[in-house]
Design a protein around this ligand. Structure first.
Ligand SMILES: *Cc1c(COP(=O)(O)O)cnc(C)c1O
Length: 419
Protein backbone atom coordinates (compact mmCIF):
# COMPACT_ATOMS: atom_id res chain seq x y z
CA UNK A 1 0.00 0.00 0.00
CA UNK A 2 1.31 3.46 -0.90
CA UNK A 3 2.20 5.58 2.07
CA UNK A 4 2.18 9.35 2.33
CA UNK A 5 5.88 9.82 3.09
CA UNK A 6 5.84 6.79 5.36
CA UNK A 7 2.48 7.66 6.92
CA UNK A 8 -0.83 5.81 6.66
CA UNK A 9 -3.35 8.33 7.97
CA UNK A 10 -2.08 9.28 11.42
CA UNK A 11 0.04 6.11 11.75
CA UNK A 12 3.54 5.13 10.66
CA UNK A 13 6.38 7.62 10.11
CA UNK A 14 10.02 7.33 11.01
CA UNK A 15 10.95 8.40 14.53
CA UNK A 16 14.58 7.41 14.66
CA UNK A 17 17.82 8.84 16.09
CA UNK A 18 19.71 11.15 13.71
CA UNK A 19 22.59 8.68 13.45
CA UNK A 20 20.36 6.11 11.69
CA UNK A 21 18.98 8.56 9.13
CA UNK A 22 21.47 7.79 6.35
CA UNK A 23 20.99 4.01 6.69
CA UNK A 24 17.23 4.40 6.76
CA UNK A 25 17.42 6.45 3.54
CA UNK A 26 19.69 3.83 2.00
CA UNK A 27 17.12 1.09 2.72
CA UNK A 28 14.33 3.28 1.37
CA UNK A 29 16.21 3.85 -1.88
CA UNK A 30 17.34 0.23 -2.25
CA UNK A 31 13.79 -1.04 -1.70
CA UNK A 32 12.25 1.46 -4.16
CA UNK A 33 14.72 0.36 -6.83
CA UNK A 34 14.56 -3.36 -6.05
CA UNK A 35 10.76 -3.63 -6.17
CA UNK A 36 10.80 -2.21 -9.71
CA UNK A 37 13.77 -4.28 -10.89
CA UNK A 38 12.71 -7.37 -12.89
CA UNK A 39 16.00 -9.13 -12.07
CA UNK A 40 15.51 -8.67 -8.33
CA UNK A 41 11.90 -9.86 -8.55
CA UNK A 42 12.91 -12.92 -10.60
CA UNK A 43 15.57 -13.75 -8.02
CA UNK A 44 13.04 -13.31 -5.22
CA UNK A 45 10.54 -15.67 -6.85
CA UNK A 46 13.25 -18.26 -7.46
CA UNK A 47 14.33 -18.18 -3.80
CA UNK A 48 10.71 -18.32 -2.61
CA UNK A 49 10.17 -21.35 -4.78
CA UNK A 50 13.43 -23.22 -4.25
CA UNK A 51 14.11 -22.40 -0.60
CA UNK A 52 10.60 -22.09 0.82
CA UNK A 53 8.47 -24.28 -1.46
CA UNK A 54 6.17 -21.61 -2.89
CA UNK A 55 3.52 -21.36 -4.15
CA UNK A 56 1.65 -22.74 -1.14
CA UNK A 57 -1.73 -24.41 -1.85
CA UNK A 58 -5.19 -22.92 -1.42
CA UNK A 59 -7.15 -25.91 -0.07
CA UNK A 60 -10.87 -26.41 0.46
CA UNK A 61 -11.85 -27.91 3.84
CA UNK A 62 -14.77 -30.13 2.81
CA UNK A 63 -15.30 -31.66 6.25
CA UNK A 64 -15.33 -28.35 8.10
CA UNK A 65 -17.61 -26.81 5.50
CA UNK A 66 -20.08 -29.62 6.08
CA UNK A 67 -19.60 -29.39 9.86
CA UNK A 68 -20.67 -25.72 10.00
CA UNK A 69 -23.16 -25.94 7.13
CA UNK A 70 -22.54 -22.34 5.97
CA UNK A 71 -19.72 -20.71 4.01
CA UNK A 72 -17.29 -22.80 1.96
CA UNK A 73 -14.07 -22.79 3.96
CA UNK A 74 -10.65 -22.55 2.29
CA UNK A 75 -7.19 -22.46 3.89
CA UNK A 76 -4.15 -20.68 2.47
CA UNK A 77 -1.42 -23.10 3.51
CA UNK A 78 1.41 -20.83 4.67
CA UNK A 79 2.22 -23.57 7.19
CA UNK A 80 3.84 -25.43 4.29
CA UNK A 81 6.62 -22.85 3.91
CA UNK A 82 10.14 -23.88 4.88
CA UNK A 83 10.49 -23.40 8.66
CA UNK A 84 6.72 -23.71 8.94
CA UNK A 85 5.39 -20.18 8.62
CA UNK A 86 4.90 -17.14 6.40
CA UNK A 87 7.87 -15.42 8.08
CA UNK A 88 10.12 -16.91 5.39
CA UNK A 89 8.55 -14.71 2.64
CA UNK A 90 9.83 -11.53 4.29
CA UNK A 91 13.16 -12.83 5.50
CA UNK A 92 14.10 -14.05 2.02
CA UNK A 93 13.11 -10.66 0.56
CA UNK A 94 15.12 -8.60 3.02
CA UNK A 95 18.04 -11.05 2.80
CA UNK A 96 18.28 -10.43 -0.95
CA UNK A 97 18.05 -6.68 -0.33
CA UNK A 98 20.96 -6.91 2.12
CA UNK A 99 23.08 -8.58 -0.59
CA UNK A 100 22.03 -5.86 -3.03
CA UNK A 101 23.09 -3.12 -0.59
CA UNK A 102 26.45 -4.87 -0.17
CA UNK A 103 26.08 -5.38 3.58
CA UNK A 104 27.54 -8.45 5.27
CA UNK A 105 25.66 -8.84 8.52
CA UNK A 106 22.07 -9.01 9.75
CA UNK A 107 20.72 -8.22 13.22
CA UNK A 108 17.30 -9.32 14.43
CA UNK A 109 15.35 -9.44 17.65
CA UNK A 110 13.02 -12.29 18.44
CA UNK A 111 10.47 -13.09 21.13
CA UNK A 112 9.39 -16.68 20.70
CA UNK A 113 12.27 -17.41 18.37
CA UNK A 114 10.40 -18.07 15.10
CA UNK A 115 11.72 -14.92 13.43
CA UNK A 116 15.16 -15.69 14.84
CA UNK A 117 15.18 -19.12 13.20
CA UNK A 118 13.90 -17.76 9.87
CA UNK A 119 16.59 -15.07 9.90
CA UNK A 120 19.32 -17.58 10.80
CA UNK A 121 18.20 -19.91 7.99
CA UNK A 122 18.35 -17.19 5.36
CA UNK A 123 21.64 -15.79 6.71
CA UNK A 124 23.17 -19.27 6.38
CA UNK A 125 21.88 -19.65 2.83
CA UNK A 126 22.99 -16.20 1.67
CA UNK A 127 26.33 -16.28 3.50
CA UNK A 128 25.58 -13.43 5.92
CA UNK A 129 26.75 -13.04 9.50
CA UNK A 130 23.82 -13.18 11.89
CA UNK A 131 23.30 -11.82 15.41
CA UNK A 132 20.00 -12.45 17.21
CA UNK A 133 18.92 -10.55 20.33
CA UNK A 134 16.58 -12.39 22.63
CA UNK A 135 15.39 -11.70 26.19
CA UNK A 136 17.02 -14.01 28.74
CA UNK A 137 13.57 -15.04 29.97
CA UNK A 138 12.46 -15.88 26.42
CA UNK A 139 15.61 -17.94 25.88
CA UNK A 140 14.76 -20.02 28.94
CA UNK A 141 11.14 -20.48 27.76
CA UNK A 142 11.92 -21.17 24.09
CA UNK A 143 15.20 -23.00 24.22
CA UNK A 144 14.54 -25.41 21.31
CA UNK A 145 14.40 -22.43 18.92
CA UNK A 146 17.63 -21.02 20.38
CA UNK A 147 19.24 -24.41 19.85
CA UNK A 148 18.42 -24.28 16.14
CA UNK A 149 19.65 -20.69 15.76
CA UNK A 150 22.98 -21.72 17.25
CA UNK A 151 23.23 -24.83 15.06
CA UNK A 152 22.59 -22.59 12.04
CA UNK A 153 25.62 -20.52 12.97
CA UNK A 154 23.86 -17.46 14.41
CA UNK A 155 25.14 -15.66 17.47
CA UNK A 156 22.36 -15.48 20.06
CA UNK A 157 22.79 -12.68 22.61
CA UNK A 158 20.75 -12.96 25.84
CA UNK A 159 19.29 -9.61 26.93
CA UNK A 160 19.21 -9.31 30.70
CA UNK A 161 17.77 -5.80 31.09
CA UNK A 162 14.18 -4.86 32.02
CA UNK A 163 11.65 -7.70 31.86
CA UNK A 164 14.19 -9.71 29.79
CA UNK A 165 11.67 -10.25 26.98
CA UNK A 166 10.95 -9.01 23.43
CA UNK A 167 10.82 -5.29 24.18
CA UNK A 168 14.25 -5.32 25.83
CA UNK A 169 15.67 -7.39 22.96
CA UNK A 170 14.31 -4.78 20.55
CA UNK A 171 16.09 -1.96 22.42
CA UNK A 172 19.38 -3.89 22.30
CA UNK A 173 19.01 -4.66 18.58
CA UNK A 174 18.47 -0.94 17.91
CA UNK A 175 21.53 -0.10 20.00
CA UNK A 176 23.62 -2.56 17.98
CA UNK A 177 22.28 -1.15 14.71
CA UNK A 178 23.12 2.43 15.78
CA UNK A 179 26.80 1.52 15.92
CA UNK A 180 26.92 -1.09 13.14
CA UNK A 181 24.60 0.27 10.43
CA UNK A 182 27.45 0.84 7.95
CA UNK A 183 27.83 -2.91 7.39
CA UNK A 184 24.75 -4.36 9.13
CA UNK A 185 21.05 -4.51 8.30
CA UNK A 186 18.35 -4.62 10.98
CA UNK A 187 16.04 -7.34 9.68
CA UNK A 188 12.61 -6.52 11.12
CA UNK A 189 10.26 -9.51 11.19
CA UNK A 190 6.87 -7.91 10.91
CA UNK A 191 5.15 -4.93 9.31
CA UNK A 192 6.23 -2.52 12.06
CA UNK A 193 9.07 -0.14 12.89
CA UNK A 194 10.18 3.02 11.07
CA UNK A 195 9.40 3.59 7.37
CA UNK A 196 9.96 1.86 4.99
CA UNK A 197 9.81 -1.36 7.07
CA UNK A 198 5.99 -1.60 7.37
CA UNK A 199 5.56 -1.18 3.60
CA UNK A 200 8.55 -3.36 2.72
CA UNK A 201 7.52 -6.30 4.90
CA UNK A 202 3.92 -6.03 3.65
CA UNK A 203 5.25 -5.99 0.07
CA UNK A 204 7.24 -9.20 0.56
CA UNK A 205 4.27 -10.87 2.30
CA UNK A 206 1.81 -9.83 -0.43
CA UNK A 207 2.86 -12.91 -2.37
CA UNK A 208 0.27 -14.66 -0.14
CA UNK A 209 -2.68 -12.62 -1.41
CA UNK A 210 -1.35 -12.49 -4.98
CA UNK A 211 -1.36 -16.29 -5.04
CA UNK A 212 -4.81 -16.49 -3.44
CA UNK A 213 -6.18 -14.24 -6.22
CA UNK A 214 -4.77 -16.46 -8.95
CA UNK A 215 -5.73 -19.69 -7.19
CA UNK A 216 -9.30 -18.46 -6.56
CA UNK A 217 -9.78 -17.58 -10.22
CA UNK A 218 -8.33 -20.95 -11.28
CA UNK A 219 -10.32 -23.01 -8.74
CA UNK A 220 -13.72 -21.33 -8.68
CA UNK A 221 -13.59 -18.53 -11.22
CA UNK A 222 -14.10 -15.60 -8.87
CA UNK A 223 -12.60 -13.85 -5.83
CA UNK A 224 -13.32 -15.07 -2.29
CA UNK A 225 -16.00 -13.18 -0.31
CA UNK A 226 -14.28 -12.89 3.03
CA UNK A 227 -10.70 -13.22 4.34
CA UNK A 228 -9.49 -14.02 7.84
CA UNK A 229 -6.02 -13.67 9.38
CA UNK A 230 -4.54 -13.42 12.86
CA UNK A 231 -2.86 -10.13 13.75
CA UNK A 232 0.32 -10.00 15.81
CA UNK A 233 2.54 -7.39 14.20
CA UNK A 234 0.25 -7.70 11.17
CA UNK A 235 2.44 -9.14 8.43
CA UNK A 236 0.57 -12.33 7.52
CA UNK A 237 -2.73 -10.40 7.61
CA UNK A 238 -1.42 -7.65 5.29
CA UNK A 239 0.12 -10.28 3.05
CA UNK A 240 -3.30 -11.80 2.48
CA UNK A 241 -5.35 -8.57 2.58
CA UNK A 242 -3.40 -5.97 0.60
CA UNK A 243 -3.87 -7.49 -2.88
CA UNK A 244 -7.66 -7.30 -2.22
CA UNK A 245 -7.89 -3.82 -0.68
CA UNK A 246 -9.39 -2.30 -3.84
CA UNK A 247 -11.94 -5.12 -4.23
CA UNK A 248 -14.89 -3.69 -2.33
CA UNK A 249 -16.82 -6.95 -2.37
CA UNK A 250 -14.08 -8.79 -0.50
CA UNK A 251 -14.44 -8.27 3.27
CA UNK A 252 -11.48 -8.77 5.62
CA UNK A 253 -11.27 -9.69 9.27
CA UNK A 254 -8.21 -9.42 11.52
CA UNK A 255 -8.20 -11.48 14.72
CA UNK A 256 -6.19 -10.35 17.75
CA UNK A 257 -5.22 -12.34 20.84
CA UNK A 258 -7.90 -12.06 23.54
CA UNK A 259 -5.68 -14.09 25.87
CA UNK A 260 -7.17 -14.89 29.27
CA UNK A 261 -9.41 -11.84 29.59
CA UNK A 262 -9.87 -8.16 28.82
CA UNK A 263 -7.93 -6.85 31.86
CA UNK A 264 -4.71 -5.01 30.96
CA UNK A 265 -1.85 -7.52 30.93
CA UNK A 266 -4.06 -10.50 30.09
CA UNK A 267 -4.40 -9.95 26.33
CA UNK A 268 -2.82 -8.37 23.23
CA UNK A 269 -5.88 -6.54 21.85
CA UNK A 270 -4.70 -3.22 20.47
CA UNK A 271 -7.44 -2.43 17.96
CA UNK A 272 -10.72 -4.17 18.67
CA UNK A 273 -12.82 -3.14 21.68
CA UNK A 274 -11.00 0.26 22.03
CA UNK A 275 -8.36 -1.18 24.33
CA UNK A 276 -5.30 0.43 22.70
CA UNK A 277 -4.52 4.10 22.13
CA UNK A 278 -2.39 6.06 19.65
CA UNK A 279 1.24 6.58 20.59
CA UNK A 280 4.81 6.76 19.30
CA UNK A 281 7.38 4.13 20.26
CA UNK A 282 9.93 1.81 18.66
CA UNK A 283 10.39 4.23 15.75
CA UNK A 284 6.80 4.64 14.57
CA UNK A 285 3.28 5.80 15.44
CA UNK A 286 0.53 3.24 15.91
CA UNK A 287 -2.02 1.93 18.40
CA UNK A 288 -0.25 0.65 21.51
CA UNK A 289 -1.30 -0.92 24.77
CA UNK A 290 -0.07 1.75 27.17
CA UNK A 291 -1.00 3.56 30.35
CA UNK A 292 -1.93 7.26 30.69
CA UNK A 293 1.75 8.21 30.85
CA UNK A 294 2.50 6.33 27.60
CA UNK A 295 4.32 3.47 29.35
CA UNK A 296 3.96 0.34 27.22
CA UNK A 297 2.11 -2.42 29.06
CA UNK A 298 2.61 -6.16 29.47
CA UNK A 299 0.72 -8.39 27.05
CA UNK A 300 -0.33 -12.03 27.01
CA UNK A 301 -1.35 -14.66 24.49
CA UNK A 302 -1.18 -18.44 24.41
CA UNK A 303 0.43 -17.86 20.99
CA UNK A 304 3.83 -16.22 21.47
CA UNK A 305 3.75 -14.72 17.97
CA UNK A 306 0.71 -12.57 18.78
CA UNK A 307 2.03 -11.34 22.11
CA UNK A 308 3.02 -7.83 20.98
CA UNK A 309 2.24 -4.39 22.41
CA UNK A 310 2.00 -2.50 19.07
CA UNK A 311 0.65 -3.31 15.62
CA UNK A 312 1.42 -2.47 12.00
CA UNK A 313 0.58 1.17 11.18
CA UNK A 314 -0.99 -0.11 7.93
CA UNK A 315 -3.36 -2.38 9.88
CA UNK A 316 -4.11 0.44 12.34
CA UNK A 317 -5.02 2.70 9.42
CA UNK A 318 -7.14 0.12 7.58
CA UNK A 319 -9.00 -0.62 10.83
CA UNK A 320 -9.40 3.12 11.48
CA UNK A 321 -10.98 3.66 8.05
CA UNK A 322 -13.20 0.59 8.42
CA UNK A 323 -11.67 -1.28 5.48
CA UNK A 324 -10.85 -4.21 7.75
CA UNK A 325 -12.96 -5.49 10.62
CA UNK A 326 -11.10 -6.30 13.82
CA UNK A 327 -12.09 -8.95 16.32
CA UNK A 328 -10.39 -11.20 18.86
CA UNK A 329 -10.35 -14.80 20.09
CA UNK A 330 -9.71 -16.00 23.66
CA UNK A 331 -7.08 -18.63 24.53
CA UNK A 332 -9.68 -21.36 25.15
CA UNK A 333 -11.54 -20.65 21.89
CA UNK A 334 -8.18 -20.91 20.13
CA UNK A 335 -7.48 -24.35 21.59
CA UNK A 336 -10.97 -25.52 20.50
CA UNK A 337 -10.41 -24.23 16.95
CA UNK A 338 -6.99 -25.89 16.81
CA UNK A 339 -8.28 -29.30 17.92
CA UNK A 340 -11.24 -29.06 15.53
CA UNK A 341 -8.93 -28.52 12.55
CA UNK A 342 -6.75 -31.42 13.68
CA UNK A 343 -9.69 -33.82 13.93
CA UNK A 344 -11.69 -32.66 10.89
CA UNK A 345 -8.96 -31.91 8.37
CA UNK A 346 -5.76 -33.63 9.50
CA UNK A 347 -3.83 -30.37 9.63
CA UNK A 348 -1.75 -29.18 12.62
CA UNK A 349 -2.19 -25.39 12.89
CA UNK A 350 0.04 -22.97 14.84
CA UNK A 351 -1.72 -21.44 17.86
CA UNK A 352 -1.28 -18.02 16.19
CA UNK A 353 -3.14 -19.20 13.09
CA UNK A 354 -5.75 -20.89 15.29
CA UNK A 355 -6.91 -17.37 16.24
CA UNK A 356 -7.87 -16.81 12.59
CA UNK A 357 -9.59 -20.21 12.60
CA UNK A 358 -11.52 -19.33 15.78
CA UNK A 359 -12.68 -16.03 14.28
CA UNK A 360 -13.81 -17.67 11.06
CA UNK A 361 -15.51 -20.60 12.81
CA UNK A 362 -17.66 -18.15 14.80
CA UNK A 363 -19.03 -16.72 11.52
CA UNK A 364 -19.05 -19.75 9.21
CA UNK A 365 -22.47 -21.17 10.07
CA UNK A 366 -24.15 -17.77 9.58
CA UNK A 367 -22.69 -17.09 6.14
CA UNK A 368 -24.53 -18.20 2.97
CA UNK A 369 -23.62 -21.58 1.49
CA UNK A 370 -22.68 -19.88 -1.74
CA UNK A 371 -20.06 -17.70 -0.03
CA UNK A 372 -16.37 -18.59 0.14
CA UNK A 373 -14.03 -17.64 2.95
CA UNK A 374 -10.23 -17.92 2.98
CA UNK A 375 -8.41 -18.33 6.29
CA UNK A 376 -4.69 -17.65 6.34
CA UNK A 377 -3.06 -20.63 8.02
CA UNK A 378 0.05 -18.61 8.84
CA UNK A 379 2.03 -21.47 10.37
CA UNK A 380 2.16 -25.09 11.46
CA UNK A 381 1.74 -26.17 15.06
CA UNK A 382 4.59 -28.60 15.68
CA UNK A 383 6.35 -25.88 17.72
CA UNK A 384 3.32 -25.64 20.03
CA UNK A 385 3.46 -29.24 21.23
CA UNK A 386 4.37 -28.24 24.82
CA UNK A 387 1.66 -25.58 25.12
CA UNK A 388 -1.01 -27.69 23.47
CA UNK A 389 -0.19 -30.76 25.59
CA UNK A 390 -0.66 -28.59 28.68
CA UNK A 391 -3.85 -27.00 27.38
CA UNK A 392 -5.55 -30.32 26.56
CA UNK A 393 -4.19 -31.73 29.84
CA UNK A 394 -2.43 -34.66 28.23
CA UNK A 395 -1.46 -36.88 31.18
CA UNK A 396 1.39 -38.80 29.60
CA UNK A 397 3.38 -35.82 28.42
CA UNK A 398 4.97 -34.89 31.79
CA UNK A 399 5.91 -38.57 32.25
CA UNK A 400 7.60 -38.53 28.86
CA UNK A 401 9.51 -35.36 29.72
CA UNK A 402 10.62 -36.88 33.04
CA UNK A 403 11.80 -40.09 31.34
CA UNK A 404 13.68 -38.12 28.72
CA UNK A 405 15.33 -35.91 31.31
CA UNK A 406 16.50 -38.98 33.26
CA UNK A 407 18.33 -40.31 30.20
CA UNK A 408 19.87 -36.94 29.35
CA UNK A 409 23.50 -36.69 30.45
CA UNK A 410 25.16 -33.29 30.66
CA UNK A 411 28.79 -33.26 29.43
CA UNK A 412 30.04 -32.97 33.06
CA UNK A 413 28.11 -36.04 34.17
CA UNK A 414 29.49 -38.03 31.27
CA UNK A 415 33.08 -37.02 32.10
CA UNK A 416 32.57 -37.96 35.76
CA UNK A 417 31.28 -41.36 34.79
CA UNK A 418 34.25 -42.00 32.52
CA UNK A 419 36.65 -40.87 35.28
C1 LIG B 1 5.04 -14.67 13.93
C2 LIG B 1 3.78 -15.34 13.60
C3 LIG B 1 2.56 -14.64 13.52
C4 LIG B 1 2.40 -13.19 13.89
O1 LIG B 1 3.06 -12.27 13.09
P1 LIG B 1 2.32 -11.34 12.03
O2 LIG B 1 3.36 -10.34 11.68
O3 LIG B 1 1.13 -10.73 12.71
O4 LIG B 1 1.91 -12.20 10.91
C5 LIG B 1 1.42 -15.33 13.12
N1 LIG B 1 1.47 -16.64 12.83
C6 LIG B 1 2.63 -17.36 12.90
C7 LIG B 1 2.60 -18.81 12.58
C8 LIG B 1 3.81 -16.74 13.28
O5 LIG B 1 4.95 -17.45 13.37
Amino acid sequence: MKSNNGFYGQFGGSYIPEILYSSQQQILKAFEEAKNDPDFLADLHTQWQQFSGRPTPLSICANLTEHFGGAQIYLKREDLNHSGAHKMNNVIGQGLLVKRMGKKRVIAETGAGQHGIATALVAARLGLECTIYMGAKDIARQYPNVFWMKQLGAKVIPVKTGAQTLRDALDEALRDWSSSHEDSHYLIGTSCGCAPFPEMVAFFQSVIGDEVRQQSMAQFGQLPDRLYACVGGGSNALGLFLPFVEDENVSMVGIEAGGKGLELGEHSIRLSHNLGSPGIAQGFATMFLQDQAGQLQETHSIAAGLDYVGVSPIIAHLADTGRIEMSYAMDDEVIDACTLLLKKEGIIPALESSHALAGAFKDAANLPKTSRIVINLSGRGDKDIFNLAKAVQDETFPEFLGEYLATYKTPEQTTEEIA
